[in-house]
Design a binder for this molecule. Structure first.
Ligand code: FAD
Length: 475
């Protein structure tokens, strides 16, 4: 028998459920990645994520070759490409790993139907999370909507069944990879895909399985301090692994196993527990999206859909100032320059800028969410939507609407010496550590070329409290 493994957001050749299962079940296993035109056609012609995928696939192809196989790539709509390739190769089944986004689920249903109609099987597995869908439920069998009890149940379930972390090995079964044809297919160049190279290389963002491993090794030397260091954007505190989580160049099982082993040996300190908790947030949001797909376009809490956001040309100008990092609030602006220039933004700053957009500028969280979706290398529908709805208070277990970040106080607390701000806003370097958080209070000549604040926080705060009054009214 032969089968085809369809790689999507799992660009690796180790501890991979679909690959493992296909190799066990069949004598000849082909692997394909489809450059999905339904996604790519909507992107600007220069996109770091396309670069990231492209570079990571080169590693996948090299690794498959080492193991005696090869990688096929296609450029088109997977709904057509996968059934057509399955036909061309004459395979009996297609294997892949679950994707929990509503559009991806619909796509997979269509592909499965087409395969079934031609007498082929479609197998999909849990791979990108430790626990999915209905695996973690409340005692009454319901879906959690509060994080802490979900996390406790998650940890309890893992302690009861650590075998979920067992690796799905590839190498022992590598003899089942279909050998490459005499003239193996070449991987397409970026130009052939219609894209220009981004600044990913210049930024030294490590790609592929090797990049993820390098980042994780480095993070393990710092993990014990994570609980404190993670909040300061000028400090190398977090793991920087998010883009690797997004594209599956790492195995979540391997990461969790490593952290638990470290803890068992008495290492990892407080930081390891807090980091594990962040991985559980990721699974929490994936579970929320799976069970509540309406969050893609609406508030998790329906009452919040009644909020009247600012619209019209003035709001558009405020939004543009936010996007371009010219709000006059240095921490907000530096954060927006960070995402614009690198495709990554520190978690503390994601919270600060999201709060600023929704609660200082009164702009719909969906506009911010869409901007992040376009610019984040690690853009993940579930986590991004969860983060935005948390900040705007419309989400499950979100912060209460009357908690409004003060952008100056956040700056004073988390970038006290203005180190992060100066990295992105060199025009403010002459300001003292005290002045840099609110330049409009300093002598003007010191911040020449930097805009005055587009709103005054205290006034905006009052407007927001009024705007959110509507969520208190019964529906
Ligand atoms: P670390 O601190 O090292 O955390 C390790 C991993 O845990 C992350 O890579 C990520 O997979 C997961 N994680 C950490 N924090 C969260 C969280 N709050 N929610 C869910 N998962 C988390 N994360 C994304 O991966 N994609 C997004 O599109 C995204 N959008 C966000 C939007 C907003 C408004 C907010 C407030 C947060 C968003 N996050 C998103 C969560 C978080 O900011 C990033 O995961 C984190 O900054 C990535 O850096 P890191 O890998 O160094 O994280």
């Amino acid at each position: 028998t032969s089968s085809l493994v369809w790689l999507r957001r799992d660009l690796r050749v180790f501890d991979h459920v679909a690959l493992h299962q296909a190799l066990l079940a069949s004598e000849r296993v082909y692997c394909v990645f489809v450059y999905d035109t339904t996604i790519l056609n909507d992107l600007p012609r220069c996109d770091r994520r396309v670069d990231f995928i492209h570079a990571s696939l080169a590693e996948v192809a090299a690794e498959l070759q080492q193991l005696g196989g090869y990688l096929i790539t296609r450029h088109g709509d997977p709904v057509d490409e996968i059934p057509a390739l399955a036909e061309e190769l004459g395979v009996q089944a297609v294997f892949c790993n679950h994707d929990y986004e509503p559009q991806a689920i619909a796509r997979d249903v269509t592909v499965a139907k087409a395969l079934h109609a031609a007498g082929r099987r479609f197998h999909s597995y849990k791979d990108q999370v430790i626990f999915e869908k209905n695996e973690i439920l409340t005692q009454g069998g319901g879906v959690f909507s509060v994080f802490t009890p979900y996390k406790n149940a998650w940890l309890k379930r893992l302690a009861a069944d650590p075998s979920v972390l067992t690796p799905y090995n590839i190498e022992p079964h590598a003899a089942h990879f279909a050998p490459p044809p005499k003239r193996p297919p070449k991987l397409p160049t970026l130009a052939e895909l219609g894209f220009e190279p981004s600044n990913l290389k210049e930024l030294k963002i490590p790609t592929g399985m090797s990049g993820a491993a390098r980042l994780f090794d480095d993070f393990l030397t710092r993990i014990a301090d994570y609980n404190v260091a993670r909040d300061y954007p000028a400090v190398k505190g977090p793991s920087y692994l998010s883009v690797h989580f997004r594209f599956g160049t790492l195995s979540v099982r391997h990461l969790v196993r490593t952290v638990l082993d470290l803890q068992e040996r008495g290492g990892g300190g407080e930081g390891a527990a807090v980091w594990l908790s962040e991985l559980i947030w990721r699974e929490f949001y994936a579970m929320i999206l799976y069970h509540h797909p309406h969050v893609v376009s609406a508030a998790f809490k329906p009452a919040y859909d009644a909020i009247a956001w600012e619209t019209g040309p003035e709001a558009d100008e405020l939004f543009a100032a936010w996007c371009e990092g010219r709000t006059g609030y240095p921490l907000v602006d530096a954060a927006m320059l960070q995402i614009n220039q690198t495709g990554w933004m520190h978690n503390r700053l994601r919270m600060v800028v999201a709060s600023f957009l929704t609660k200082d500028l009164g702009i719909d969280w969906r506009r911010g969410e869409a901007y992040f979706a376009l610019h984040l290398n690690d853009f993940d529908l579930a986590s991004n939507n969860g983060g935005w709805q948390w900040a705007s208070s419309s989400g499950c277990d979100a912060q209460p609407y009357f908690r409004i970040f003060n952008p100056v106080a956040q700056s004073e607390k988390f970038d006290a010496e203005g180190k992060f701000i100066r990295r992105y806003l060199p025009q403010l370097k002459e300001l003292s550590n005290k002045e840099i958080h609110a330049p409009w209070l300093a002598p003007r000549m010191l911040s020449a070329g930097y805009p005055p604040p587009i709103v005054m926080h205290d006034e905006a705060r009052k407007r927001t409290l009024e705007r959110y009054e509507v969520v208190k009214k019964p529906a």
